[in-house]
Design a protein around this ligand. Structure first.
Ligand SMILES: Nc1ncnc2c1ncn2[C@@H]1O[C@H](COP(=O)(O)OP(=O)(O)OP(=O)(O)O)[C@@H](O)[C@H]1O
Ligand SMILES: [Mg+2]
Length: 304
């Protein structure tokens, strides 16, 4: 009887003081992809950059913080099922994002999030003290297992996006050539300033990515691109993403562009963006043989 009681107490204590999560040897750089404007290519950019870097041999975690769960739709045939959810992490039931990551068809790419209930989670979080910092705190051990963490954000500046910004080292802002999208860029950059002054969180601007460039609308594009250049100068990425129907079809087919239409202008653009951003992200070129083969495969995919 006494032994039974001791066992029960020991088991209870074990639950209360749970073991620290296993640490890896890496230290991921974390990039939030955000804009308060919808439909500007945030998810398309998050998915295709994640796959591009994973194919190059980097260990990548793609977190979908958008309750619309579009990452799951974009990679639906490639995600393996798993236990637990990001909601469990954000509401404090689980400690680390690593506990809810799911593997994908690519050895180097893991996924987390993509849950419709994140919308309700956002409401629950709004009453919590320090609500903007929960994700950051849940990535401490997780970061040590990856080279790069990419966070896809919802099209607003709510608590989920603020969590992404507080967890991020860098921010990438996609924008199409519309005045509304330009306002979306302004809004997210103001949010960065607010985080810096009110919460002392410093997030670097990785760049502003012009997306959905329609070559037929030359005059409008030129005028807006000119304004963006004047406003944001060196922050504009050299590479832009053209309007490319294959990107839309790849999303509908649930595949990354490198597999759906590897010779399309969209695939070429995202491969070039990955190359342009790699040094800015501090990701050294991979030198081992396996990665060389993976890199060769990506290059071959987009140049055929
Ligand atoms: N360059 C492009 N050319 C053509 N279609 C595109 C391009 N980029 C994205 N799309 C399509 O436009 C739609 C919106 O893109 P995406 O989901 O990436 O935007 P988003 O900013 O994540 O939207 P939301 O704010 O709703 O999350 C999708 O159907 C996508 O396939
Ligand atoms: Mg999206």
């Amino acid at each position: 009887m006494a032994l039974d009681l001791r066992d029960r107490i020991t088991s209870r204590l074990k639950n209360l003081v749970s073991a620290p999560l296993e640490r890896g040897t890496r230290q991921a750089i974390t990039v939030a992809i955000a804009s308060s404007k919808g439909g500007v290519g945030k998810t398309t950019t998050a998915v295709n950059l994640s796959v591009a870097y994973a194919l190059k041999g980097f260990r990548v975690l793609l977190i979908d913080l958008d309750p619309q769960a579009h990452v799951a739709a974009s990679l639906r045939s490639e995600i393996h099922s798993g236990h637990g959810s990001l909601t469990d992490v954000l509401t404090g039931k689980l400690r680390e994002v690593r506990e809810v990551v799911r593997s994908s068809r690519w050895d180097n790419l893991d996924l987390a999030g993509s849950e419709k209930q994140l919308a309700e989670t956002e409401t629950v979080l709004s009453a919590k003290i320090g609500k903007e910092l929960i994700l950051d705190g849940a990535l401490v051990a997780t970061r040590t297992h990856y080279d790069l963490i990419i966070i896809d954000c919802p099209p607003n500046l709510g608590t989920l996006t603020l969590n992404a910004l507080c967890a991020a080292d860098q921010l990438l802002v996609p924008t199409d050539m519309s005045v509304l999208a330009l306002e979306g860029v302004g809004d997210i950059l103001s949010a960065l300033d607010t985080l810096r002054t009110r919460l002392s969180r410093h997030v670097d601007l990785l760049g502003i990515l012009a997306t959905r460039i329609d070559r037929r609308a030359t005059m409008v594009n030129n005028t807006i691109q000119q304004s963006m250049g004047d406003l944001y100068g060196n922050h504009m990425l050299q590479t832009s993403v053209p309007q490319c129907s294959a990107l839309n079809k790849a999303h509908l087919a649930g595949k990354p562009i490198f597999e759906f239409a590897r010779t399309s202008t969209g695939a070429l653009a995202y491969a070039a963006i990955a190359d342009e951003l790699r040094p800015k992200l501090g990701l050294a070129p991979i030198v081992n043989e396996a990665a060389k083969i993976a890199t060769a495969r990506v290059t071959a995919n987009v140049r055929h």
